[in-house]
Design a protein around this ligand. Structure first.
Ligand code: SF4
Length: 248
């Protein structure tokens, strides 16, 4: 069985980000010459202090762009990157992973915010981020969480989607993508996953994804997403493996 490895070590050389694990970190020069620091903000939650620090970094007239996936992007001159990374770390803010790991986890507001919610989606987003941030993977991996079937986070548009069900459980969807030339919806592989079982199931899917990418690498090339692997293996391999690990 593939053992997942986490590696969030990288260094800023003054010109580029250096990282031995193969993860692409969200610190990149833009077409206009400014540097963009894309932050990892699971569920899109920021404290007032973190917002204040971000404001200090870009300055009064500087720009913070929000991404569709809830990750703020700070736009600053290159010579400010090193000090900005220190300020961000002091405010418990980390750069987002772009390629080769789990992307910023998307979640609707969920319980305590939305009257429709059946589950604590933000707590789950933060817990999954704590467990899987910086996990070295074949390519991008996107996770989306919705608190009810209104599905504001579009769970079928992610590699893994989780939709809250009544009584604290979640349905589990895999294999979606909303980006690229061939967007597609993921498929439901399991209902009634308990909150405690969610990270177990996610871990097993990541392992199978990494194994499948390795198995079919010659055929599929470098940028292998989960749906590419599923096209080769079929859903059953994943359904059976998740069922097995949840029964243990
Ligand atoms: S998915 Fe449901 S719980 Fe989440 S914000 Fe939308 S309506 Fe509210």
């Amino acid at each position: 069985m593939t053992k997942l490895v986490q590696d969030s070590r990288f260094s800023w050389t003054g010109e580029v980000v250096s990282c031995s694990s193969g993860i692409t970190w969200g610190i990149a020069e833009q077409a206009n010459g400014l540097m963009a620091i894309l932050l990892n903000v699971p569920g899109g939650i920021l404290t007032g202090r973190q917002v204040k620090v971000m404001g200090e970094i870009v300055g009064d007239d500087g720009i913070i762009k929000n991404s569709r996936r809830m990750a703020p992007i700070l736009l600053i001159p290159k010579e400010r990157v090193a000090s900005a990374l220190i300020q961000l770390e002091e405010a418990s803010l980390r750069p987002a992973c772009l390629n080769g790991s789990v992307r910023n986890i998307v979640s609707c507001p969920g319980k305590g915010f939305s009257k429709n919610s059946r589950g604590d989606t933000l707590e789950l987003a933060q817990a999954l981020d704590a467990e899987f941030y910086g996990t070295v993977l074949p390519w991008d991996f996107k996770i989306g969480i919705s608190g009810c079937p209104r599905n504001c986070s579009g769970v079928q548009c992610h590699d893994i989607g989780l939709m809250a069900e009544p009584r604290g459980k979640f349905s589990l969807w895999i294999g979606g993508t909303e980006s690229g030339m061939n967007p597609r919806h993921g498929s439901l592989i399991r209902k009634g996953v308990t909150r405690a079982q969610v990270p177990v199931a996610v871990r097993r899917i990541l392992e199978l994804y990494a194994e499948g990418a390795e198995e079919y690498r010659e055929e599929l090339g470098k940028r292998i997403r989960l749906y590419h692997v599923l096209d080769k293996t079929g859903m059953e391999r994943f359904e059976q493996a998740v069922a097995k690990v949840l029964a243990e």
